[in-house]
Design a protein around this ligand. Structure first.
Ligand SMILES: NC(=O)c1ccc[n+]([C@@H]2O[C@H](COP(=O)([O-])OP(=O)(O)OC[C@H]3O[C@@H](n4cnc5c(N)ncnc54)[C@H](OP(=O)(O)O)[C@@H]3O)[C@@H](O)[C@H]2O)c1
Length: 248
């Protein structure tokens, strides 16, 4: 499918996988809504995209807040007239052992990683249903397929996204002609580890970089482009993408 002129919302566009995907979408002719909380970062990215001849709109959005998600999507639709792609990518990974009882971090992960995806999905669905077309891409993880010590709550949130994506596909794809893709990356170089407040786990995660070649955010963007560019009758329902030398 040719993406020229399509309209996309990218949540978590201020860094990592979201920023890389927004850049690639724009380079392929997509008008991109750059959504996140750090507006200065989004403005910088929008400037870069405009300088390269692309179209981008800065959208200050906190995915935890339904009103903020609704307003952000409305701003995008008011500007570009429609919404074809929603990349639900915003997420956090402040990992720790359950017995550390970092309950504030648990709740934050549930709020951003699960409720954030539900909120943005709720914001985009009515427009896509009305259009009778659309593509929702949800970011799960290898942690949405397997469980690792120290990542119990993060894995629980990402398993929820894997389950929700499949349920969503079953409910809306045949009925409303809306494709659903669940992407499940392995280790990707980004700012994700910066949220880890447990020093032991943070060090352990940083050491992983010496043991294997992490994927770059652009590698994930490429696989998302593959799913988006497939013919409209093809739904790439899952993408499990790992570093070749990732041992788990
Ligand atoms: N890196 C990996 O190894 C890996 C592997 C598998 C899956 N993932 C998943 O990939 C996704 C992107 O992560 P990343 O690796 O690119 O990490 P990242 O660089 O830390 O990006 C996370 C993004 O989420 C946004 N975000 C956080 N809270 C938000 C909120 N309340 N509202 C709106 N946006 C919010 C951040 O923007 P603001 O702070 O500006 O709001 C940021 O742009 C996450 O869902 C992560 O779980 C990552």
């Amino acid at each position: 499918m040719n993406l020229q002129g399509k309209v996309a919302l990218v949540s978590g566009a201020s860094s990592g996988i979201g920023a890389a995907t927004a850049r690639k979408l724009a380079a392929n002719g997509v008008k991109v809504g750059l959504a996140a909380r750090r507006v200065a970062r989004l403005e910088q990215l929008a400037k870069e995209i405009h300088a390269a001849g692309g179209e981008a709109l800065v959208i200050e959005m906190d995915v935890v807040d339904q009103a903020s998600a609704d307003a952000g999507v409305k701003k995008l639709v008011n500007t570009y007239g429609r919404i074809d792609i929603a990349f639900n990518n915003a997420g956090l990974m402040p990992i720790s052992d359950v017995e550390s009882l970092k309950t504030t971090e648990w709740h934050r992960m549930v709020d951003v990683n699960i409720k954030g995806v539900l909120n943005t999905t709720a914001a985009v669905l009515p427009y896509m249903q009305k259009q009778r077309s659309g593509h929702i891409v949800n970011t799960s993880s290898i942690a949405g397929r397997k469980v690792f010590p120290g990542l119990s709550v993060y894995c629980a949130t990402k398993h929820a996204i894997t389950a929700f994506s499949e349920g969503l596909r079953l409910e809306i794809s045949p009925k409303h002609n809306i494709r659903v893709t669940c992407i499940q990356p392995g280790a990707v170089e980004s700012e994700l580890f910066e949220h880890i407040s447990d020093n032991g786990y943070r060090k352990q995660m940083e050491q992983l970089k010496e043991q294997m070649t992490f994927l770059q955010s652009g590698d994930i963007a490429d696989t998302i482009l593959f799913a988006l560019q497939a013919p409209s009758y093809v739904d790439v329902a899952e993408l499990f993408v790992l570093p070749t030398n990732q041992p788990w």
